[in-house]
Design a protein around this ligand. Structure first.
Ligand SMILES: NC(=O)c1ccc[n+]([C@@H]2O[C@H](COP(=O)([O-])OP(=O)(O)OC[C@H]3O[C@@H](n4cnc5c(N)ncnc54)[C@H](OP(=O)(O)O)[C@@H]3O)[C@@H](O)[C@H]2O)c1
Length: 248
């Protein structure tokens, strides 16, 4: 599906990858970009980039009322980018149940809640035929194999991958494409404290939009994800071993 002339909504657009995705969508010619944030005051500089095309929305993806209010505003949506996420827990034995629950509430159930809230708009767009509506779920390489140091987060992202597969099958007959993004480490606040090779959010955002335009189900938008997704496709056990050893 083309980004040019699309109406894109990005959750968690106030910083990190979400902000880069919003900017890349503008550059690619999106007609309108709805940018979601828990605190919309943090969207001012993004709106200033293109005040007639960027529409700020208050969106907390764990809050059904906030999602319903945003869906009322974004009825012309054609591409939903489920980007918002948290890394609240660490290893599964050492993390509190609350921290692991927060990862699932956001990364898994929040993604599903946002998808359901904006689905009527996507269905309207898709009624005109194929290539007119898409959902982009920002997952992680750790959706494919658990990285034990981030075991709780990995589990929430694995569940989001499984939901992505379910949605892809459920929405295929409605002509809504569902993409999963198996990103590697990105240079954002989320992994600021972790020493490892990281790709810039701008490059990852471009890789994601390229994947959407090329109609790829499972998008590997950066060098680390390309290497690790290929490893997974050869032998999932190799990825499990690599991630246990600290890669990714
Ligand atoms: N960084 C990495 O290495 C990496 C690798 C693979 C995948 N990812 C995924 O990429 C996505 C973006 O992450 P990032 O690296 O850009 O992290 P980030 O810099 O920490 O940004 C996370 C964004 O999600 C928002 N958010 C968190 N909980 C939310 C909620 N309940 N409702 C709405 N927005 C919420 C945050 O808003 P606030 O400012 O209000 O907190 C922020 O805008 C996430 O899904 C993450 O899991 C990241």
């Amino acid at each position: 599906m083309k980004i040019n002339d699309a109406v894109v909504l990005v959750t968690g657009a106030n910083r990190g990858l979400g902000r880069a995705l919003a900017e890349a969508s503008l550059k690619a010619g999106a007609r309108r970009v709805y940018v979601g944030a828990r605190n919309p005051a943090q969207l001012e500089s993004l709106v200033a980039l293109a005040p007639t095309r960027v529409v700020p929305l208050a969106i907390d993806i764990t809050d059904a009322r906030s999602l319903a209010a945003a869906a009322e505003r974004a009825k012309d949506l054609t591409i939903l980018v489920n980007n918002a996420g948290v890394l609240a827990s660490q290893d599964v034995l050492g993390s509190s149940p609350e921290a692991i629950a927060q990862d699932f509430a956001t990364n898994t159930f929040g993604l599903l809640g946002a998808t359901k809230a904006f689905l009527p708009a996507l269905e309207r767009a898709a009624a005109a035929g194929p290539e007119r509506a898409a959902i982009v779920n920002v997952l992680s390489v750790v959706s494919l194999g658990n990285m034990p140091g981030l075991g709780g987060y990995s589990a929430s992202k694995a569940a989001a991958h499984s939901l992505t597969q379910a949605l892809r099958a459920d929405l295929a007959t409605k002509h809504i494409r569902v993409h999963g993004v198996f990103a590697g480490a990105i240079d954002t606040d989320m992994v600021r404290a972790m020493e490892m090779a990281k790709t810039s959010p701008e490059a990852v955002a471009q890789g994601i939009l390229d994947g959407v335009e090329r109609g790829i189900d499972d998008i590997a938008p950066d060098p680390m994800s390309r290497e690790l997704v290929a490893m997974y496709q050869r032998n999932p056990k190799d990825l499990e071993r690599a991630l246990s050893g600290g890669v990714g």
